[in-house]
Design a protein around this ligand. Structure first.
Ligand code: B12
Ligand code: SF4
Ligand code: SF4
Length: 231
């Protein structure tokens, strides 16, 4: 009997494990990567997406948030952390904030891992649901071997009830017209909107995927407050 030849994926670059190790104490994770093309206009051969999921980041950051009361404390902290990490790995960091114009983080994320557009505009992840975000992208000049891409489908494909689309008290999410930002903002600034402001977007909470990663009230209130002040 002949021996079957199984094509093995090349081993991932060991720098990726070292990167994960450097990020973990900050509540950050390396969330896959991709090899950009000339169309991306990035002076890099590899992009690694850096982000957070669930409450891990908040456990590290909440003390900083209590001390740093100037606007945008999370952006400032992220830069401080990521500039050090970038220097350690000989990479360059780009950020999702600081625009407009903005770097297309959601488009990049979809090339790096199993995230898909949800009806809310947020990307949904099969494990984290809607409870995750991106904090930076690390650009490497070298082409790093990446682990096999996670190709799981969108949980939204098999979600028949779609509770995310029927929970917002002012109907700010519409499958056809998208996210009505003015309607959302008006609601969260009204007395009736205190719940959204203090506990987080109700539509986001209505999604059953990734419920073990849900942000707690303090973390939700921090992000909703930042969103409300930015409008
Ligand atoms: C501008 C912006 C907003 C605007 C407008 C969103 C809109 N209608 O497009 C406002 C201020 C309303 C907003 C709100 C929020 N945002 Co916002 N936002 C951005 C930002 C800074 C730029 C988006 C952009 O223009 N990109 C440029 C284009 C060229 O890139 P792109 O990848 O191709 O763009 C995609 C998005 O525009 C997306 N999209 C379209 N409609 C909507 C609607 C919503 C609600 C979102 C989030 C995205 C989205 O579709 C495009 C194609 O993939 C991104 C960061 C970034 N750099 O991408 C975060 C980002 C999209 N936001 C994010 C989040 C988490 C939120 C909030 C939930 C924050 C919060 N409160 O916790 C809220 C939603 C409000 C709520 N009810 O909870 C996350 C999404 C993470 C994820 N899981 O996908 C991002 C990626 C930031 C991050 N650090 O990770 N946001
Ligand atoms: S409730 Fe259903 S359709 Fe909405 S984001 Fe969650 S899985 Fe997707
Ligand atoms: S924060 Fe509240 S008002 Fe805004 S979209 Fe979410 S559920 Fe609707």
């Amino acid at each position: 009997m002949g021996t079957a030849v199984v094509a093995e994926a090349p081993a991932a670059d060991p720098r990726l494990a070292a990167l994960a190790h450097a990020l973990a104490p900050k509540g950050l994770i390396a969330r896959g990567g991709f090899h950009p093309t000339a169309e991306d206009g990035l002076d890099a051969a590899t992009v690694v997406m850096i982000g957070n999921a669930g409450p891990a980041l908040w456990r590290v950051f909440e003390g900083v948030a209590a001390r740093d009361t100037d606007p945008h404390p999370m952006d400032r902290w992220t830069r401080a952390v990521m500039e050090d990490v970038a220097a350690l790995f000989g990479a360059r960091a780009l950020y999702p904030f600081g625009g407009p114009p903005y770097h297309p983080f959601q488009r990049w994320a979809m090339r790096a891992e199993a995230v898909h557009p949800s009806p809310l505009g947020l990307l949904i992840h099969p494990d984290y649901g809607l409870w995750h975000a991106y904090r930076a992208a690390l650009l490497f000049r070298e082409r790093l071997a990446l682990p096999p891409r996670d190709r799981r489908p969108s949980p939204c494909e098999s979600c028949v009830a779609r509770p995310c689309l029927s929970t917002c008290p002012v109907g700010a999410f519409d499958a056809e017209t998208g996210y009505d930002v003015p309607a959302c903002t008006a609601h969260i600034r009204s007395p009736a909107g205190t719940d959204c402001l203090d506990r987080g977007c109700r539509a986001r909470h209505a999604c059953p995927v990734g419920s073990t990663f849900t942000y707690d009230d303090a973390q939700s209130a921090f992000h909703m407050g930042a969103f409300e002040r930015a409008r």
